[in-house]
Design a protein around this ligand. Sequence first.
Ligand code: FEO
Length: 170
Amino acid sequence: MISQKIEEKLNVQIGREAASSQLYLSMASWAEVEGFEGVAEFLYRQSDEERDHMLKLIKFVNERGGKAIVPALEKPPAKFVSMRSVFEDLLAHEREITNAINELVFITLEEKDYTTHRFLQWYVEEQLEEEALAQTILDKLKLIGDDKGGGLYLFDRDITSMSASPASEE
Ligand code: FEO
């Protein structure tokens, strides 16, 4: 059984994962309209992964005697100034999520909730992977620099083979 405090905190995290999914969905849609099929495919997949992160939390909260709350969603930004800014935003967003997960892990120790503590280790691992991948992608975009034509064409082709995680081993 989880404490009320843990339940509340996990429900906040459910909202964050849902918001991540929405943000990446909006980025994916932008990339698709801009003609970047590969980037769109990658971001649609990231959006799906974030929804999985949310689902995993919902099921955990319910299984542990709490009540998961399906959150309302804010409209994410729909326009992005450049490919680089998309991935800068994505990395900044993942860093915020990492901080939130770390804070949650800390609270589980304060509450002596070792079951939730263990459950959250999966998220700790996932954040490591996602931040590293976002950083790698940003490094590539920095290399491309102002070569907006050929460089981005190759980037769009290659990104489809990049994956955030050995993810989702449940
Ligand atoms: Fe589920 Fe990328 O945070």
